[in-house]
Design a protein around this ligand. Structure first.
Ligand SMILES: Cc1cc2nc3c(=O)[nH]c(=O)nc-3n(C[C@H](O)[C@H](O)[C@H](O)COP(=O)(O)OP(=O)(O)OC[C@H]3O[C@@H](n4cnc5c(N)ncnc54)[C@H](O)[C@@H]3O)c2cc1C
Length: 450
């Protein structure tokens, strides 16, 4: 599909890649040698390594271990331009992408990899008061908030009784379990030493899951191991309980139970990027774009949908693949390779997913892995497997080397060097407002709700 310029001469086809996550970067890197102009667009100037967000939120890793300069990832790729811009619309008929802060771009091929976003399922107060865990700013915001709660409680011990240090984590899937485990280790490890005057035993981490079990996607032996590992870290688990409403200092459950907690971490649901609703395509469950075997959208052979935003049916199992880093990377790479083939006049190929297993980390030395055939691993062996699979997802060898040093250092020293608050003026204002609300010191609309 060679492109034609405005004056009628042949030009290189233009490939516009939307999103610099695993999927978008995978596509861009596989187009390195293609005879095409590649434009990689993201609203941020960095690629986010989401599997490590909770380690950033708990001070184990610094932001640069989780975010990597996007431009750096395509250095030496002469056919590729990076643009930091926010996509506002895509006109599939006109093959044009519109931006909030950049002139529209026409394309010959489109790789749509804008990822997913949090789904609060309409829960009252969630958009205002919950802390989601999906982006790097989310992780930093949560870290700063928790650190500020402990500093406040150290100054005003009466806040501990009001639940200032309690955290409710919503969602018994990987994000919820990993966040609860990491927060508990931060509390019982570093905070116990940082704040010797604050009564640790009064600071609770409560994991709430609406379904009957945690980790419903795993086998029973993994679920039993997870429950024990969480209990060992003093995480309290409530299953069969859904959150009804969220106020700054109180969480109300459907059963009527009210939990005193000044922090609620939302790890309960995702949906495809909101932009997909304006594409005029029929969508699959969870706002995802259903794609064919070659990962193109129905009726649009020039548009590939990849990663979390796509509903990709695995040819082997006939099931829709989960929203995982390895699915995103492999689907993005497939789109890049396929477009390179088509630009070279060759036939596209169907996507084949190589399953690396489903895995999660509950805490130091405690991970779980379930392979496609059903084989399971737990504990340190599973943590090594987790490390191996996730090292492969890191974008550069330099990142891999750095991660090995960071992970080994954290494992040996148990240090969390990132547990400092670095505020811009704006963050300070927001934190002060939140803090005043939590302490009941202001007369704003939320202060009377607790
Ligand atoms: C807390 C957490 C832990 C996880 N842990 C694991 C794990 O252990 N193992 C695993 O395999 N997977 C894990 N995942 C899932 C995995 O990270 C995702 O499946 C993967 O990141 C999806 O990649 P993606 O490229 O599709 O989307 P994303 O990584 O979300 O990338 C989308 C990109 O699009 C950009 N964007 C969005 N909207 C716009 C717009 N309007 N304009 C411009 N740019 C825009 C975003 O800035 C972003 O960079 C985890 C996810 C989370 C949230």
């Amino acid at each position: 599909m060679p492109g034609t310029s405005e004056n009628g001469h042949d030009r290189h086809p233009r490939v516009v890649i939307l999103g610099g996550g695993f999927a978008g970067v995978g596509a861009a890197q596989k187009l390195k040698h293609a005879d095409a102009d590649i434009v990689l667009v993201d609203k941020h100037d960095y690629h986010t390594f989401q599997p490590l967000l909770y380690q950033c939120a708990t001070g184990l890793l610094e932001t640069t271990a989780v975010g990597h300069s996007l431009r750096d990832l395509v250095h030496g790729q002469e056919n590729t331009t990076v643009r930091q811009a926010t996509v506002t619309a895509v006109d599939l008929g006109a093959r044009e992408v519109q931006f909030a802060d950049l002139d529209p771009l026409m394309y010959d091929y489109l790789v749509f990899g804008l990822g997913a976003e949090v789904n609060f399922f309409g829960t009252e107060g969630a958009a205002e008061h919950a802390f989601p865990m999906y982006t790097l700013p989310d992780a930093v915001r949560l870290k700063n908030h928790v650190l500020q709660r402990w500093e406040e409680a150290d100054r005003h011990p009466e806040l501990v009784e009001d639940g200032a240090l309690n955290i409710v984590v919503v969602g018994g899937g990987a994000t919820g379990v990993e966040s609860a485990g990491a927060l508990a280790e931060l509390y019982r490890g570093e905070f116990a030493k940082d704040y010797p005057n604050v009564p640790q035993e009064k600071a609770r981490i409560i994991l709430v899951e609406a379904g009957p079990v945690l980790f419903s996607m795993f086998k029973a032996d993994i679920r039993a191991y997870t429950e024990k590992a969480l209990a060992k870290r003093t995480v309290e688990v409530m299953v069969g309980e859904a959150v009804k409403s969220i106020a700054p200092t109180r969480i109300t459950l459907r059963s009527g139970t009210v939990l005193a907690a000044h922090t609620l971490v939302w790890g309960a649901g995702l949906q495809g990027n909101a932009l997909v609703q304006s594409l005029g395509l029929e969508l699959a469950r969870g706002n995802r774009i259903p794609v064919g075997p070659d990962l193109t959208a129905p009726g649009h052979p020039e548009m590939y949908a990849v990663g979390d935003v796509a509903a990709i049916t695995d040819a082997k199992t006939n099931h829709v693949l989960p929203q995982l880093g390895s699915v995103a990377l492999q689907s993005g790479e497939h789109a890049g390779e396929d477009i390179a083939r088509r630009v070279a006049g060759k036939e596209p190929k169907p996507f084949k997913y190589r399953d690396k297993g489903t895995m999660a980390t509950i805490g130091r030395g405690a991970a779980v892995v379930q392979m496609m055939g059903g084989r399971t691993m737990k504990g340190r062996a599973a943590q090594v497997a987790w490390g191996t699979v996730h090292l492969a997802l890191l974008p550069t060898n330099e990142d891999r080397a750095k991660a090995v040093v960071d992970w080994a250092g954290a494992g040996l020293t148990h240090q969390r060097p990132g547990r400092i608050t670095v505020e811009t003026g704006e963050e300070r204002d927001v934190a002060a407002a939140r803090s005043a609300r939590s302490s009941g010191l202001d007369d704003g609309p939320d202060s009377g709700r607790s």
